[in-house]
Write a protein that binds this ligand. Structure first.
Ligand code: GEK
Length: 243
């Protein structure tokens, strides 16, 4: 699999269409997410470190919305114990088939189960670590609360949820500033103004960001004992919640 292809999807003018995780996105996804999510590499590697710390004997780890398996593979490489498994889920056939292919030659494949499914339909059981790395933002807002409750009830006491999201800020001026800084970041990553604006418009109805306060309230309401963020760069953040 060629994971190094450059993302040129929005480089020339194209009719406005909602963003989907199809084959053309899956083909360039590694490049796309690295150049579009500030701090992605740091978050991925810290997910591995956290998973090693919280993975308990015989437990299951869930990577919900796994795409090509960035977080799954980081966890598999960091976790020192052997008595665990990772269930990696994505509802994009294009993502799962590419991830499956890349796993064929991996020494970690015994540890990992791939599911092409909607995360709303996956039973969460005996989970010590649950990862939602930039996935919840694509779930309809009215479905988020129930998902969090299901995740919470499938987790072991002492387990952690890692939730990374594009966020919005309550203050309109600060929100505008962070979006602006983010667009400068994308330009520095080599994206043109046309690419930035076409992608933004494609994501408008698809990626619905919330404030950190909204996420915290939902997680606490779902039963989590404590929640805080451990990473933020511009309007991208990652939170940890303890059961
Ligand atoms: C990473 N976590 O590299 N059920 C299953 N999967 C879904 C659903 C759903 N309902 N909705 C969206 N997805 C990855 C990056 S990308 C983030 C995650 C981004 C999947 C979707 O198919 C896509 O692969 C992933 O969630 C979001 O650490 O592109 O900004």
């Amino acid at each position: 699999m060629d994971n190094s292809k450059q993302d040129k999807i929005y480089a020339s003018t194209r009719p406005r269409q909602d963003f989907v995780f199809d084959a053309s996105v899956a083909d360039v996804f590694t490049d796309m997410i690295n150049r579009s999510v500030p701090g992605y590499a740091t978050i991925i590697s810290m997910i591995g470190v956290l998973a090693n710390r919280y993975c308990s004997p015989g437990s299951t780890i869930y990577d919900l919305g796994c795409s090509l398996g960035g977080a799954t593979m980081s966890m598999a490489h960091h976790i020192e114990r052997q008595d665990y498994k990772i269930v990696a889920v994505d509802n994009s056939e294009a993502m799962i088939s590419r991830f499956e292919k890349s796993l064929e030659s991996s020494a970690k494949k015994q540890q990992i189960e791939l599911l092409c499914a909607d995360i709303a339909d996956v039973e969460i059981r005996d989970a010590s670590v649950v990862v939602l790395n930039f996935t919840l933002q694509f779930i309809a807002q009215e479905r988020r609360e129930q998902l969090m409750r299901r995740i919470y009830s499938g987790m072991k006491p002492g387990g952690i949820l890692i939730l990374s999201e594009k966020i919005k800020l309550a203050d309109a001026d600060l929100n505008a500033l962070l979006i602006d800084m983010y667009h400068q970041f994308k330009q520095a990553q080599g994206y043109s103004e046309l690419e930035i604006s076409q992608k933004r418009s494609a994501l408008e109805n698809v990626l619905i960001p919330e404030t950190i306060a909204q996420h915290k309230t939902r997680l606490l309401d779902a039963g989590f004992a404590s929640v805080d963020s451990w990473f933020q760069c511009f309007n991208f953040a990652s939170m940890i919640a303890f059961k």
